[in-house]
Design a protein around this ligand. Sequence first.
Ligand SMILES: *Cc1c(COP(=O)(O)O)cnc(C)c1O
Length: 382
Amino acid sequence: MLPYSRQWIDGRDVAHVIKVLRSDFLTQGDAVVKLEKSVSDYCEVKYSVAFSSGTAALHGACFAAGIGTGDEVITTPLTFAASANCILYMGATPVFADVQKNLPLIDPDEIRQKITKKTRAIIPVDYSGIPVDYDGINKIAKKNKLIVIADSAHSLGATYKGKKIGNLADMTVFSFHPVKTITTGEGGMVVTNNKNFYKRLCLFRTHGITKNPKYLIDKTQGPWFYEMQELGFNYRLTDIQAALGISQMKRINFFIKRRREISQKYMSAFKNYRSIKILQNDSIVRSAWHLFPIIINTKNYRQDRLRLFSDFHQAGLKVQVHYIPIHLHPFYRKRFGYKRGDFPYAERFYDGEISLPIYPKMSNKDIERVIEVTSDLIKDLE
Ligand SMILES: *Cc1c(COP(=O)(O)O)cnc(C)c1O
């Protein structure tokens, strides 16, 4: 069985983790600091704050942005639930803006239409690793004084107009789940160039507590002293996890290169079929290729997708579908009254989408097999 994505752990990763296991600190040691430095250097940003998951990192970014009760935050419906749940965690309301007609990325024109007096932030998602229209989104944000929190769970290693992801939003969130670019098991990170956001992220990750003498409100106590200044959580990454992350970061360029190679092979194999569409990468953005989606383009695309999905699994390819649009989940329907038809482009994309296996550890033989099985299945649709 080939999954749609998976980690690649080698002997060097194992050795790194074992070293921490035998050391004095399993958590709150220096491995987390080292991982943060490694990601800051790679993304060319000033500050990185590690979290226990990408979801916790999104929650932290919403806290740092000062989002609260009564606020609205605009995001895309075509994403994992966490991109919108983090807004609800803060007592604010997620407002969805549909994706573009031919690209599964949030549409700046739709964002513009959803802005009200209550809007505080935008959370765009670099779906499948393709950077969103950052110029368009930042322009809207600047004009309306909104904070941009990029959900870049898919796009660590992608570039936009030559700039690394991490520098294009006020805060950028990564996930280190095993299917993502690099892994720490569970884990995530917020990167930013803003010192105030950085300070708030650090507070939030550790119960809202600071020990830094510079930031204490009461400076008259002793060296044992700490203060809880905000209501935070325990969202720390362990040093065991960070050790894995440090080791994985050493191979990030190789991981991205390999994902790119696989995508090139798929693109040349599938470009001439009329019954499916594939996402093209153009010259101003370079995807991190977290996913390789094919979108069925036949008259009965919903039925064809259902059949193809089963056929893929029968053939040993554990393809997946990304994503069930958030507004169609029972929780969101019930809470906000959403229904089918509310976000037609996200729904159309979802209805025809299948994510093919793409991950660095695939062998050339695996890639050939995916091409063979996929070509055979699509031929029947032509
Ligand atoms: C993976 C993912 C997350 C959440 O990350 P976790 O580390 O699993 O908590 C958030 N948003 C998107 C788009 C993701 O794919």
